[in-house]
Ligand binder design. Structure first.
Ligand SMILES: [Zn+2]
Length: 463
């Protein structure tokens, strides 16, 4: 490994902005243009950004080739974090970046870092990152488009002899989805200083089996000695492509765009304990049936979304004891609340807490409830988003993301922006998820140009 300031071995303090560590509950609100200026042309790309082209055929082939690293999942992929399929996708990714001459590392939470030098090795690299893991019965684009689009940018920069001033790092973040282990954003949350390697390793599977993420990562050979935190390995900025997971671009006839920010989100876990008893013989009156209580909570949860103009979903429920003749005495469930308005999100939280307590009291159930994750709504950085707006030119529009991404962690540290690609019908986390080849190509080009615009912006700022 080359001994350069831009290598993993010599990372010191960030030079462009001190790490502003904030509690995860603190809102991040910034002023971001919702639309390109109406009466003026969108500002031009930096000269190198204008020069860049990407190879859409190669990107499209990569998206479909890597979709084989999946459990049987017709039309989509099922590539859960730290599974055998995840290992295959990671190994493939490593081969690709090594062939491009990357300075390559895996960190303790399994994230893969591929570092490429720039002209000035004293500058923290500009990052492009997303995730190769998927949800169960997910689509081919949520995550992979972000990593493979970034890979295509690196290949194109090399082929076209375009040299950046700052180094560039390509990151495949671990357990973004939280589909197998909870909490989600399992590695970027550590990088952002909101959790620790130990906590990430102790993340448990949703099925109650007690399997831990750290052990499973070790099994597939993906616990490494690479950098875990921003302090160890600062970056200058983070850019990510993501499919919209909604249909505003499609409705507006726009292929690409930028996320101005994200809606707020809260996850709860609830445990209900009642009485064991014979399902066929115990009198109906006087039962403490935990599953009946849970059923009423699900109905209340759905109503809450309509009452508060948000989203609510019961995402996991386990009930026991198993058997044909058992009253259900033990129920564990998890649900999420989403709202674009931070105050309404808080209100949704207090509403549902009151409902859950009332239902538990009515059925004589012992109840415990914890708020596991709470991320208020916020905005990405104007200086990063402006680079994407310029990269999109007249083809882009603003959107807001309904959920969390690795970028919602890096945005706590450095200028972060997200390129959005049109999603057919707004489908996501489904085999129906689809983004046309042309839109994938345009999103990768916008990502590459945004990175080059940011490189130019830092150069101008330093001059
Ligand atoms: Zn994603």
């Amino acid at each position: 490994m080359q001994k350069i300031a831009g290598s993993f071995l010599q990372r010191t303090a960030p030079s462009i902005r001190a790490c502003a560590k904030r509690p995860i509950t603190q809102p991040v609100r910034r002023c971001i243009p919702q639309h390109p200026p109406r009466f003026y042309a969108v500002a031009a790309n930096a000269p190198l950004a204008e020069k860049l082209r990407v190879n859409g055929d190669r990107l499209w082939d990569d998206i479909h080739y890597t979709a084989q690293y999946s459990l049987p999942s017709p039309g989509g992929i099922t590539r859960l974090c730290a599974s055998a399929e995840d290992k295959l996708a990671r190994d493939w990714f490593k081969d690709q970046v090594m062939a491009l001459g990357a300075d390559y590392k895996v960190n303790a939470t399994g994230s893969q870092f591929a570092l490429f030098p720039g002209e000035d090795l004293s500058i923290p690299p500009i990052a492009m990152g997303s995730h190769l893991d998927s949800v169960g019965t997910g689509g081919k684009f949520d995550g992979p488009l972000g990593v493979l689009g970034a890979l295509e940018v690196i290949r194109s920069l090399k082929e076209q002899g375009i040299k950046t001033r700052a180094p560039i790092v390509l990151i495949n973040w671990t357990n973004e989805e939280g589909a197998r282990f909870w909490p989600f954003l399992g590695s970027s949350i550590v990088y952002a200083g909101q959790s620790t390697v130990e906590e990430a390793h102790a993340s448990l599977t949703h099925d109650g089996s007690g399997v831990r993420m750290g052990d499973e990562l070790k099994k597939i050979g993906y616990v490494g000695d690479g950098p875990n935190t921003f302090e160890e390995f600062p970056i200058s900025a983070h850019f990510e492509i993501h499919v919209e997971q909604a249909d505003s671009l499609e409705k507006a006839g726009k292929p690409i765009g930028w996320f101005t920010g994200w809606q707020g989100m809260t996850w709860y876990s609830v445990s209900l304990k009642g009485d064991d008893g014979h399902a066929n013989t115990y009198p109906m009156y006087g039962r403490r049936d935990a599953l009946v209580g849970a059923a009423k909570m699900i109905v209340e949860l759905e109503q809450l979304a309509y009452d508060r103009n948000g989203y609510t979903t019961m995402t996991n429920i386990r009930s026991g004891p198993w058997g044909a003749c058992n009253i259900q005495s033990d129920v564990r469930m998890a649900f999420c609340l989403m709202n674009k308005d931070g105050t309404l999100l808080e209100t949704m939280g207090s509403d549902i807490e009151a409902k859950v307590k009332g239902i538990a009291a009515m059925h004589g159930l012992e109840m415990s409830m914890t708020r596991d994750v709470h991320l208020p709504p916020g905005d990405f950085w104007p200086e990063a988003t402006d680079c994407i707006i310029r990269a999109c030119g007249t083809e882009g529009m603003a959107a807001i993301t309904g959920t969390g991404h690795d970028s919602t962690m890096t945005t706590r540290l450095v200028p972060t922006g997200m390129v959005v690609a049109r999603a057919k019908g707004g489908w996501s986390h489904s085999p129906k998820e689809w983004t046309d080849k042309d839109d994938c190509t345009k999103s990768a080009l916008a990502l590459g140009r945004a990175v080059l615009n940011f490189d130019d912006y830092m150069k101008t700022k330093a001059a």
